[in-house]
Design a protein around this ligand. Sequence first.
Ligand code: PEP
Length: 250
Amino acid sequence: MTRKFFVGGNWKLNGTLAANKALVDTLNSAAIPTDKVEVVVAPPAIYLESVRKQLAPAMGVAAQNCYHEASGAFTGELSPAMLKDIGVAWTLEGHSERREYFGESSEFVAKKTAFAVQHGIKVIACIGEKLAEREAGTTFDVCAEQLAPLAKHLTKDQWAHVVIAYEPVWAIGTGKVATPDQAQDVHAFIRKWLAEHVSAEVAQATRIIYGGSVNAKNCADLATRQDIDGFLVGGASLKPEFVNICQARL
Ligand code: PEP
């Protein structure tokens, strides 16, 4: 089974209409074979519609967060139906910044993930350990704890609409990228965990992508590892080098 290489760009709280257009123009005119690599960018919510309209249809757009209710008194939230309404097919869930600054628990992240998938939105679900957890030797335990609610809330079939982003928190925005061995070890653990707790088929088919200070220089080495199926990119997704990252496994 071949898993299509996947590269996501998390623009976080960055962008203007003009800057977004420049980025989108770069992507639209780049040599990115979208039959070989799935590219999805996640602008801030206010720019989702304009980016969706400008970006080539073969590339995807993601929200950075999406709630587990269809509508109602939930100020500041977005629903899967709203994303579908403007042609947005993806959302991120559980990014470490949302866990850290907005108190999102693994249970809440899993509830939102399942609701999004049930309502036709695909999810990049983020997990990963903090530095102290890695130093304490609990990386696998932390990842398992973050995966368990996803396995509880998602049916086996729904996993086809989920990409797991392994993003060690100590590597996000720090310039300290995980080594290919460090990333591969955790990706292999995640795949084994899926085989044991969901199914062998889901484990084989699910894309597990790495995030944390990926750039044009370090992406090629990471992309050679058998369980690294792509990247979630923050800082470098705002620069032309994002194109090189999309081309990492060509
Ligand atoms: C991220 O925000 O998901 C991320 C990986 O950021 P960076 O690439 O800047 O480390």
